[in-house]
Ligand binder design. Structure first.
Ligand code: GAL
Length: 444
């Protein structure tokens, strides 16, 4: 079947996604304050080969050229994030005029090119000044964030209507506050549970602030989701898979929909009680305009007695000897179909938008070209799964490729290349990959 854009309907939103820390660079330009990522990358052996995002794609200085490239590839919507510490160097208090100016220029130039901005308000780069006060473990984050959001709406809301409050709260609370493998590098159950509850409260606080200031706004938030399957059809593995599903897929969407935390499947989550205050249960609920679904792979789960709290572990793609990406994730486009079905099955679920999907492969430059047929195949196969879900009645209204430019992939550094556009990080030269040309053609 040859898939065309028309099959998705006229109102379907097409775009690409990026995040500030992964592309902007300019870590100390324009009066920017440090974020937790600026600090974390300087610690020894946290990031692959001790790489960092100080310069990344230098998007801060090259955004006009990059937006022009986006325009030349027929991309009509651009999801990017605002770096909190670029506009509020201390997280609260004094505003950096240079920071505001940068995002004003970025938004204005996008609009000039006919590209609609979709703004993520938090893509993991917390101002370090706030981390010093406890970061996501401190309940005050709800107010700090609300204040930052109100500034963003006040400064940019005359041109920006599409907002995403948080990027993947499960990932930043688990990787950043439980495993310590992402910034700020904190560990332990108490940090994780506090960060989880405060992120869940903050996601609705942010949305309320936007709605109160901008009636015609389109407000959502984004979740990482993976289709989960048991390793064997045995009770122990099935139950283990259910626990992992509760953690990876249900932890943030269910309180948002008024269903509370999935404590029945993960008993340890009952300890969130400790951080709950009066009215929190109600405050966790908000009727978003859309939910951002971000999917890359599936996970196969088996029972593991010695893994604390979950008694479950992932059976890696390597162990299973299946086709993998440069992240060692299984290439499994059907996962998209399953997560769309799963999310849309909740009662009163707002429409879904796929705010991230893509794949990293070891791209090579040859004769000034980058040929990446594996990525084209992955994107095509995933889109077929989106259509499949749509034809079965799932309300899914958009798709954003992760990502536009090869960039800084968090703890993995620069080696996993996810871009439609290749970046030579020595020279900052860009080469549109064959997947970029394919997408441009698809969107034409
Ligand atoms: C997401 C994240 C992105 C990007 C992507 C690929 O979890 O939001 O920033 O890193 O995964 O790993």
């Amino acid at each position: 079947m040859l898939l065309t854009k028309d099959a998705f309907g006229e109102d379907f939103t097409w775009g690409v996604s990026t995040a500030a820390y992964q592309i902007e660079g300019a870590h100390n330009q324009g009066g920017k304050g440090h974020s937790i990522w600026d600090i974390f990358v300087k610690k020894k052996n946290k990031i692959f080969q001790n790489q960092h995002g100080d310069t990344a794609c230098d998007f801060y200085n090259r955004y006009t050229q990059d937006l022009y490239l986006m325009y030349s590839l027929n991309i009509p919507n651009y999801r990017f994030s605002i770096s909190w510490s670029r506009i509020l160097p201390n997280g609260i208090g004094e505003v950096s005029e240079d920071g505001i100016d940068f995002y004003n220029r970025l938004i204005d130039f996008s609009l000039e090119l006919g590209i609609t901005p979709w703004v993520t308000l938090y893509h993991w780069d917390l101002p370090d000044a706030l981390e010093k006060k406890g970061g996501w473990v401190n309940r005050d984050i709800k107010e700090w964030f609300g204040n930052y959001v109100s500034l963003c709406v006040a400064y940019f809301g005359d041109r920006v209507k599409n907002w995403m409050v948080l990027n993947e709260p499960m990932v930043f609370s688990a990787a950043g506050y439980f495993f310590g493998v992402h910034a700020p590098g904190r560990k332990g159950l108490d940090n994780f549970l506090a960060a989880t509850h405060h992120a869940a409260l903050t996601q609705t606080q942010g949305a309320r602030v936007i709605k109160s200031m901008q009636k015609d706004s389109n407000v959502g938030t984004t979740f990482s989701c993976s289709h989960i399957e048991p390793f064997r059809m045995k009770e122990k593995d099935i139950l283990a898979a259910r626990r992992v599903d509760a953690l990876l897929n249900r932890l943030f969407i269910e309180p948002l929909l008024g269903l509370g935390y999935p404590t029945a499947d993960i008993k340890t989550l009952n300890r969130i009680e400790k951080y709950m205050k009066q009215n929190d249960e109600k405050d966790l609920i908000f009727n978003m305009d859309f939910i951002g679904v971000q999917n890359y792979t599936r996970e196969i789960i088996r029972h593991a007695t010695f893994v604390p709290f979950l008694q479950a572990k992932i059976v890696s793609a390597k162990e299973r000897k299946v086709e993998m990406t440069a992240m060692n994730w299984e290439v499994y486009p059907e996962s998209m179909y399953h997560v769309l079905r799963k999310f849309s099955a909740y009662p009163n679920m707002p429409p879904l938008i796929i705010t991230e999907n893509g794949a990293a492969f070891p791209d090579q430059v040859e004769n000034n070209q980058v040929d990446d047929p594996q990525r084209i195949k992955y994107l095509q196969h995933t889109l077929e799964q989106v259509i499949r879900a749509k034809q079965e009645g799932v309300k899914v209204n958009g798709y954003f490729v992760w990502t536009f430019l090869d960039n800084f992939e968090w703890a993995e550094g620069y080696h996993p290349r996810f871009g439609l556009v290749y970046v030579d990080f020595q020279t900052q030269k860009r080469i549109v990959k064959s997947s970029g040309h394919w997408y441009a053609n698809f969107l034409k």
